[in-house]
Design a protein around this ligand. Sequence first.
Ligand SMILES: C[S@@+](CC[C@H](N)C(=O)[O-])C[C@H]1O[C@@H](n2cnc3c(N)ncnc32)[C@H](O)[C@@H]1O
Length: 452
Amino acid sequence: MLAAPLSSLESPSFGVQMDFSSSTEAKDMGLYVSFESWTRKRKIVSIGTNTGAEKLPFQDWHHFKEAFTPEIIARAASECGHSVHTCIDPFGGSGTTALACQFLGISPTTIEVNPYLADLIEAKLQSYDADDLALDLSRIVRATSGRCGRLERFTGLPPTFIEAEGMERWVFDAAIAERIACHLDAIEALERPHHQRLFRILLGGMLIAVSNVVVNGKGRRYRGSWRSRETQPRSVDELFQSRAQNAITEIHQYRFRRHCGYTLLRGDCLTQIPQALGADLAVFSPPYPNSFDYTDVYNVELWMLGYLSSPDSNRVLRTSTLCSHVQIKRDFGPPPTGSRRLSLALGKLRKVRTELWSPWIPDMVGGYFHDMQKALSLLHGKLNTCGELWAVVGDSRYAGVRIPVAAILADLAPVLGYRVLKLEPFRSMRSSAQQGGRCELDETLLVLQKNT
Ligand SMILES: C[S@@+](CC[C@H](N)C(=O)[O-])C[C@H]1O[C@@H](n2cnc3c(N)ncnc32)[C@H](O)[C@@H]1O
């Protein structure tokens, strides 16, 4: 890569100036940033988790605990029995598959139901001019210096979000919320929609850090010391600026990817897969049937950044996600009949229904496999001849009843027109990030091949 060194000069008026103008156009010379220069040949514990691995550029724009390692996409592309030009991920998350595909020279299609995460994916895949971004960052810094934001923009948010008279607990101190509002106003005043999206995402990725809460697999809870924490309003400005400068630097350094295009489909993959083009490979990790609702995990970002505007929009989003949780009342599809393992597990779950923390769990587990069977069937229709499907899936357990997800999907695969090539449990038997990291549950790589 022949990127020019980044010069970062301080401007007295608004503090940011980044100059990329002297960069050599490496792309014109046929030089690309390799996949390995992005992943730096780092050591990974297992292909299913990023735990312990060195953080990669782009991947900390929003820390996404459940992101799998990009190395699995490289492995799938090289071990797949044929050359791979196109790849689909119907559960996009933070966009690992699509971004890895760009570095590998593969045309990616990604589907994501959560609009904040869809924007995170698109912000990573988009091409930008770093000079233009730096100019827009300067505009934001200028527009936010010494100005106040409008707290009214947060009217309509859930009542505990912003500090107000008479409240006992709140997610954001009023002074912090004011700085966030000021930045959102400045971002929305930018001319280019893709710049707005990038800066909004970078602001989104730091919201929890300046809030009074922490979020993990079990949901949101207040920090132990939140009342005495006293986050300074100026830390919003400082953090945003440093995050934006880092992101622009990464965008500039890694701009010459082998494939610059992408297709992003927003919405439920069960309705979006039919809109996708054909693919040689599918690589994905769906939600696991562990009652973990991604809408909850990203709720702060969804509301603060304006992706949700009413309880109804929140409910609509939750019902569009895969049946992997029981947080809302919804119709669960009937379980497929082609797996004895599934029938046995459901029978045991129904017997202990009254011991479960939600009586809907057996129906949710049945609905999960209904949805997954539909997703596998729709993907079958999109995969090219001999196309392969690589899925990282995780088991669940309720009241001692284990749900062996990979084995059940492997049972269902032949009827859907697939041959099972691999069922590879990861050596690490620690429970997955999606399971909150406690009891021991398998995560498994399942590889299927479309029958000719
Ligand atoms: C385990 S995460 C994927 C992580 C991803 N492999 C990565 O590396 O970032 C699963 C994702 O599926 C999304 N999802 C859930 N239901 C969906 C649906 N019906 N259609 C599309 N995406 C869905 C969730 O919002 C979540 O982002």
